[in-house]
Design a protein around this ligand. Structure first.
Ligand SMILES: Nc1ncnc2c1ncn2[C@@H]1O[C@H](COP(=O)(O)OP(=O)(O)OP(=O)(O)O)[C@@H](O)[C@H]1O
Length: 632
């Protein structure tokens, strides 16, 4: 039986089937079968405004009318060298040939609709969710389900990029989205963005005082100091984050590999909205306060948002303490019990991650780095950072004591940081030594103000009562687009963990298999399956003993991989071949962040050279699970 394949502009069979069963008016309310059950925030978005999102995206999505791999052409783009790869796709440099007079280079990200694969457990849960709408699911196969889940995830990321590029004229510190290429039968989605010629932000260097070539190019000076570059980074990135704040967007994955450096515009820019979240007020829902149903819907949306905000999303070393404490009853004596309230201000999450990024730049090391992820989370919560006398500069102080403040209520806000920069015109006198008497006075006042004040920014969900679920603070999941099932609601299943303990996902099916793929196909015997959720669920629960407790292992399901290599090419006057190849590679190693799912030993997280394959055994996994007595 032929299925309607999902694409960015077309709903899948499954969505259409659900639509037929639903009455359009009260979708939000009726889409929650059980009032005790809180659906995933993105499920609500998908279920209720996917059409709005699709029509908003329509002008930016071009059908693929030409795809010639032998000539490396897709539509008008000539594909060049690989400039990076991430969890979901490979990124290429490409020449836009639509205007023959202009040599316009762009970045082209290819996302395979069938990657990543999901564990059987995740697929079963997805089917179980769909089943709740009484739709026929027996004829669905693994590929169709995977495609549907991936296209939904992708649509959201593209929607955010589009909004951050075009809402309020965008901001020059956010990587610009240009267009997207997709067709019903295409196995890939291609995302076109502006190209940042100096690649991702680099920070690791042989000694702390030295500066990198990339930094010197940005400041146009070979003799810059680390602090000068750090101030430039703070200035640019806080501008980007301020814009996101105003647009109601929380990035949730600020880290060096998601910061791109544009040597032509001399700017650092924020990229990768795969973990991004819009606050309810910024969603294209229409509220009517006089309408009771709408009010109920608003309440549901707020609850779901709050729940989403409390998931551990991002990359372990950059995750803020309010997300990764594992004490549910506050009984431990360590630091983490002190701040056990739920996340209220999502924007403070990004401030923390920016603080970690600046710490890397200034001190040439991660502030919190444990033996494994769990240990890292523990350090994030318990370790107090101290400043050496020699490091006691205003910027180090800002980063260590204000941005990396564990209590989010008193952590400095982006608005405060912008005020500080604005008042003191730090941009114009980037070196701390060059700050004059007035600036010093203002800084003193500033410290006083932010240490005495609580959070100055109004939170979007101030009125919403926290959901009284201790598990919410202790567990994590990857963002579950349209699955409707929040994996954090469920005990971790060992299958989830094993499936997620895989090597980096290859970006396209033609690039070889991966372990998660093998895990799936070994269960599926290499063929597409057709199962009903009931039979599958029971077989799944028999073969995969549940640990029965929420554990932070879920963090490992979120995979964040850094690119293989960033390549540079600055030359606008070069030939087409020159433009699309990489002759100006940076002469220093790129720091790689291993995907979190692949890590048992956190020390492997940072590598200066080749990938280290994880050789974790089941015994090691068990050791890992036993790491904290609380979870056994
Ligand atoms: N516009 C661009 N200009 C230059 N390099 C880019 C651009 N976009 C991406 N890259 C490179 O490709 C890498 C991966 O890109 P991206 O972060 O979009 O992929 P991803 O799959 O979302 O990664 P992640 O694993 O972080 O989720 C970046 O870290 C960067 O090195």
């Amino acid at each position: 039986m032929g299925h309607q394949l999902p694409s960015l502009l077309a709903d899948s069979d499954i969505t259409l089937r659900i639509e037929q069963k639903q009455h359009s008016v009260n979708k939000l309310v009726t889409s929650i079968p059980n009032s005790q059950w809180i659906p995933a925030y993105h499920t609500l978005i998908e279920r209720n405004i996917s059409r709005t999102i699709q029509s908003d995206l329509k002008p930016f999505i071009r059908p693929i009318i030409r795809f010639e791999p032998s000539e490396m052409m897709v539509n008008d783009f000539k594909i060049g060298s690989t400039i990076g790869s991430g969890q979901f796709g490979k990124v290429f440099k490409a020449l836009d040939k639509s205007d023959p007079k202009r040599k316009h280079i762009v970045a082209l990200k290819r996302i395979n609709k069938l990657k990543p694969k999901y564990s059987m457990n995740q697929l079963m849960r997805q089917i179980a969710y769909w089943k709740q709408f009484n739709i026929e699911t027996d004829d669905l196969d693994v590929d169709l389900i995977t495609r549907t889940m991936n296209v939904d995830r992708c649509r959201w990321e593209i929607y955010l990029m589009k909004r951050m590029t075009y809402d309020n004229k965008g901001n020059s510190h956010i990587v610009k989205f240009i267009q997207c290429l997709d067709s019903l039968n295409s196995k890939d989605i291609w995302i076109v963005t502006e190209w940042c010629n100096l690649g991702e932000l680099q920070w690791k260097r042989p000694n702390t005082e030295s500066t990198l070539n990339q930094w010197q190019q940005i400041l146009n000076d070979k003799n810059i100091s680390v602090m000068e570059f750090a101030i430039k980074a703070l200035d640019d990135l806080s501008k980007g984050l301020q814009f996101l704040n105003e647009a109601g967007c929380i990035h949730r994955d600020i880290k060096p590999s998601n910061i791109l450096v544009d040597g032509n515009q001399k700017k650092l820019k924020i990229s990768d909205f795969g973990c991004g979240l819009l606050i309810p007020e910024s969603l294209p829902f229409k509220y009517d306060p006089s309408n009771e149903i709408k009010l109920k819907q608003l309440d549901i949306i707020n609850k779901c948002f709050e729940k989403e905000l409390n998931k551990i999303i991002g990359t372990p070393a950059f995750v803020p303490p309010e997300l990764c404490k594992f004490t549910s009853d506050g009984s431990t004596e360590d630091e983490c019990s002190k701040h056990k309230s739920l996340v209220k201000d999502g924007f403070k999450l990004d401030v923390w991650s920016l603080g970690v990024t600046l710490h890397c730049i200034i001190f040439n090391k991660l502030p919190f780095s444990g033996e494994n992820e769990f240990d890292t989370y523990h350090l994030i919560n318990s370790q107090t950072l101290t400043l050496d006398k020699k490091d006691d500069t205003w910027l180090s102080k800002l980063v260590v004591t204000k941005m990396l403040e564990k209590n989010p209520d008193i952590r400095v806000s982006i608005k405060d940081i912008r005020n500080l920069i604005h008042k003191n015109k730090l941009k114009k006198s980037p070196s701390m030594n060059k700050i004059g008497g007035n600036a010093k006075k203002s800084l003193k006042k500033f410290w006083k103000k932010i240490s005495s004040s609580k959070s100055t920014e109004k939170l979007s969900l101030k009125e919403t009562k926290p959901i009284d679920d201790p598990n919410l603070t202790a567990i994590s999941s990857n963002t579950s687009f349209s699955s409707g099932l929040d994996v954090s609601d469920e005990p971790i299943n060992i299958t989830d963990f094993i499936d997620s303990l895989t090597t980096n996902l290859p970006v396209s099916s033609d690039e070889g298999g991966d372990v998660s793929n093998r895990a799936l196909t070994s269960q599926e015997n290499g063929t597409k399956t057709r199962r009903s959720s009931s039979s599958s669920s029971s077989s799944s629960s028999q073969s995969t003993p549940s640990l029965g407790v929420p554990t932070p292992i879920k963090n490992m399901i979120k995979i964040k991989a850094s690119p293989e290599k960033s390549n540079n090419d600055n030359r606008q006057d070069a030939t087409e071949t020159d433009l699309l190849t990489d002759k100006n590679l940076p002469n220093h190693p790129t720091i790689k962040m291993k995907p979190s799912k692949n890590i048992i030993n956190f020390k492997n997280y940072i590598q200066d050279d080749k990938d280290v394959e994880s050789s974790d055994t089941i015994d090691q996994i068990k050791d890992y699970l036993n790491y904290k007595g609380d979870f056994t």
